[in-house]
Design a protein around this ligand. Structure first.
Ligand code: SF4
Ligand SMILES: [Zn+2]
Length: 125
């Protein structure tokens, strides 16, 4: 039984965000399995991080042309969650390359794309 049943609000229609979502989700599962819940269910903390990341991705003002969050000038993550997701990525990134090489390589290619212009609504605020 999962530690908590978070409701993931949307399936991302845009390819870029759908790919990013698959990658983030896979990394969080890998991290949690190796650090918290070896049975494969997410612990409460990782499940919350997963919901939070989903919400940020859903609300990303760049939409499907989003840059890598690392390069993003908006930095919409709360500092504590930003630190958590960094920790997850540091640990799970190299492991995911072995397990899901195509997904990881596409994610790395996405991360190298040029920073798009700020969406108009945000650029003036
Ligand atoms: S950090 Fe930037 S790119 Fe990442 S989800 Fe937030 S606004 Fe979008
Ligand atoms: Zn966990």
């Amino acid at each position: 039984m999962p530690a908590s049943a978070s409701v993931i609000r949307m399936a991302f229609k845009g390819r870029r965000r759908a790919r990013e979502w698959k990658t983030i989700e896979a990394m969080i599962h890998l991290f949690c399995r190796d650090h918290h819940h070896p049975d494969g269910d997410l612990c409460v903390e990782c499940d919350e991080l997963r919901s939070y990341a989903n919400h940020r991705l859903e609300k990303c003002p760049y939409g499907d042309s989003k840059p890598s969050c690392v390069k993003c000038p908006i930095h919409c993550y709360k500092p504590a969650n930003r630190e958590k997701i960094r920790e997850v990525m540091r640990y799970a990134g190299p492991k995911l390359l072995l397990r899901r090489p195509i997904l990881t390589i596409r994610h790395l290619i996405d991360d190298r794309k040029k920073l798009p212009q700020l969406p108009r609504r945000r650029a003036s605020s």
